[in-house]
Design a protein around this ligand. Structure first.
Ligand SMILES: Cc1ncc(COP(=O)(O)O)c(C=O)c1O
Length: 369
């Protein structure tokens, strides 16, 4: 079998480096016997709020739960439409359906994020919110999106699952809309050793409601204020996240440096499109997405050299079987659909060595279709 010389991600390496700290954290939780909410979750929430610059953070079970609870808090449900990006991970849209509302889509721009012009054209009298995704770790065009939201009186939920630590202008993502939602899935830039998520907000009422909503709607041990699910962040995961959080800035910086290196070395390559330049934003390169006309051939060629690339995501959400009842067809969002044929995510994680990046660059330069 072919040796993987450049893995897409390197979780064993991360955990090997952090092992003493992770084991100490696990031991602390095991010794305490406090596995559900409690001290670890509270500490993590305070630390995560400080990291993001938000007033409050609430830990939840996953990024998907963060999105569903946010929609519910904003009273979005049956009959309401929410517009999101069709090129995102399915959870951006499924959370809207799971909250009982109707997912709607708009086309995306060269930056892989919602295109404000297309977004405005999709607004109907039933539209209640925009679920903005900061895909690939790159902040969406928030000023224009917020202007539209303001004009049409729409709520704004930010899906920051791929963008922890990213800045739009001088403020981190998640602080621009009504609520910011994060995922700590193992492949994210800040990753739990299992599932995890959080919401951030500046608003005390949102914070108080979320704390109950993630725990069956329980106000205290014996009083259920409203029906809700179990969407708690696990104490063990909170303890692991507390170990990793102090490194996120440095990890994001490494991803940015790797991205810069690709940008400098992969110029003037026929048929290759690099990520759009950054303007007023600080991307954290959860993904480094290139486009190539012969994407599938390029991917196979790189795979033969032991370079693991991925496609995020090959089928736009509006064309998924699950979206069949929404009335969309091929051609509805041409830019998104065109990009889906050509996108390829190169390894960009923080543990890449120089020679691994050179291997990727060399592979791409030598590729002849
Ligand atoms: C953009 C986006 N939104 C939402 C999610 C859902 O997060 P989770 O897997 O933690 O539920 C993910 C990733 O998994 C994602 O990439």
């Amino acid at each position: 079998m072919l040796e993987t010389r450049v893995p897409f991600i390197d979780l064993p390496r991360q955990h090997c480096e952090l092992m003493p700290l992770l084991l100490a954290a696990a031991e602390r939780v095991l010794n305490s016997g406090a596995f559900i909410l409690g001290e670890e979750v509270e500490q993590f929430e305070g630390e995560f709020a400080r990291f993001t610059g938000a007033r409050y953070a609430v830990g939840v079970h996953s990024g998907t739960d963060a999105l569903i609870l946010s929609l519910k808090w904003l009273k979005i449900g049956p009959g309401d439409e929410v517009i999101t990006a069709p090129n995102s991970f399915i959870a951006s849209a499924s959370s809207i359906a799971l909250a009982g509302a109707i997912p709607r889509f708009a086309d995306v721009g060269d930056d892989y994020n919602l295109d404000p012009d297309s977004l405005e054209r999709q607004i109907t009298p039933r539209t209640k919110a925009i679920l903005v995704v900061h895909l690939t770790g790159r902040p969406a065009r928030m000023r224009e999106i917020l202007e539209i939201a303001d004009q049409y009186k729409l709520r704004v939920i930010e899906d920051c699952a791929q963008a922890v630590g990213a800045y739009y202008e001088d403020k981190q993502v998640g602080n621009w809309g009504d609520i910011g939602c994060f995922s700590f899935h193992p492949l994210k830039n800040l990753n739990a050793c299992g599932d995890g998520g959080a919401i951030i907000t500046q608003d005390k009422d949102t914070y108080e409601w979320m704390k109950n909503a993630r725990n069956h709607g329980l106000k205290d041990r014996d009083t259920c204020a409203f029906w809700s699910a179990n969407a708690r962040l696990d104490a063990l995961q909170a303890a692991f996240l507390r170990v990793k959080l102090p490194f996120v800035k440095e990890w994001n910086q490494s991803r940015r440096e790797n991205a810069q290196r690709y940008r400098h070395r992969l110029t003037n390559i026929p048929d290759l499109v690099l990520p759009a330049p950054e303007d007023n934003i600080f991307s954290v390169y959860h993904l480094f997405v290139i486009r190539h006309k012969k994407r599938d051939k390029l991917r196979s060629y790189l795979a033969q050299k032991g370079i693991d690339c991925k496609i995020h995501y090959p089928t736009p959400i509006h064309l998924q079987p699950a979206a069949g009842n929404l009335g969309y067809t091929k051609g509805d969002f041409p830019r998104c659909e065109h990009q889906a044929q050509q996108i390829l995510s190169l390894p960009v994680h923080q543990y890449l060595k120089n020679e691994q990046i050179e291997t990727v660059i060399d592979g791409i330069i030598k590729f002849k279709d």
